[in-house]
Design a protein around this ligand. Sequence first.
Ligand code: NAI
Length: 308
Amino acid sequence: MSEKRFDGRVAVITGAGGGLGFEHARLFASRGAHVVINDIGGSVTGDGSDRGAAQRAADEIIALGGSAVADANSVSTPAGAAELIETALEAFGGVDIVVNNAGILRDKSLLKVKPNDFRAVLDVHLLGTFLVTQAAFGHMRAKGYGRFVNTASPAGLYGNFGQANYSAAKAGIVGLTRTVSIEGAKFGISANAISPAAHTRMTENLLGQLFDGASADVLDAAKVSPVVAWLSHEDTDVTGQVFGTAGGLVTKVFIAETKGIFEANPTIENIAAREAEILDEQGYLVPEDVGASMAPLLEHYASNVGQL
Ligand code: NAI
């Protein structure tokens, strides 16, 4: 197997002052990429900031022989996202890879979550991913090449107690990723998402319990980074997908529709009577786009046109 290299590529990684983002940056740099380490240096809840956090991470990578610059902008403002991409252009002359990874938590059960806490979480994860993607997209389009890897979460795919804000933001990132993949396809731009689990400051309490205190080893954040790098490599044209990844397990997550039922004249009663058929997952479909999701209806329409 030949080594996958990123020589000359420029990778922007948001929230890379620590945790998963730092591991991604370290891997990219060790394979020859120039990395832009973005981090606001705040707490897990997004309070406070430390302009030195990104610089310390960049210094560590440089000390390991890598090429890195720091950027302390917040991804959740248009100006911050634009400056981050400017940093990449000024330091390294372009942007080939963007890993949207910055994130915060403000967990509260549904009746307790305040609009401010909802918005703050959406701002960093979802708006931040959008803003940085938009700021980079034009440069990638002009060059005919780009790779986005966005960070979703099992909570966004499956829901999680106390995470109304976070799960909404992470599910939003899945839809955004698929649209960027569709819009980027003809310009050589791919976009995928990961749904990771890793032992970081964000999860040490939660995952520590699940793995009897062994989460730091089992769920080492460095085990997620090769998946991010695979999706960021020029050899890979996988796009529009979501990959589960934790502790060395790598899976594809997909959205499926059951065969369901067709009633030319739906009523509450005839739908309710066929509930089991609607829920039956046998023979499910995995539509790759909106058009494909409409195909079964078009088939029913074609064979029932007389009744409609
Ligand atoms: P972390 O807290 O170590 O990393 C998040 C980083 O984002 C921090 O360094 C923080 O300062 C930075 N950040 C926060 N707001 C920012 C902003 N406005 N602009 C720039 N940087 C900002 O936590 P971790 O676990 O490494 O999380 C990384 C990503 O992975 C997050 O998006 C998180 O939601 C996601 N994730 C993590 C999981 C895990 O098990 N650790 C599970 C699922 C998703």
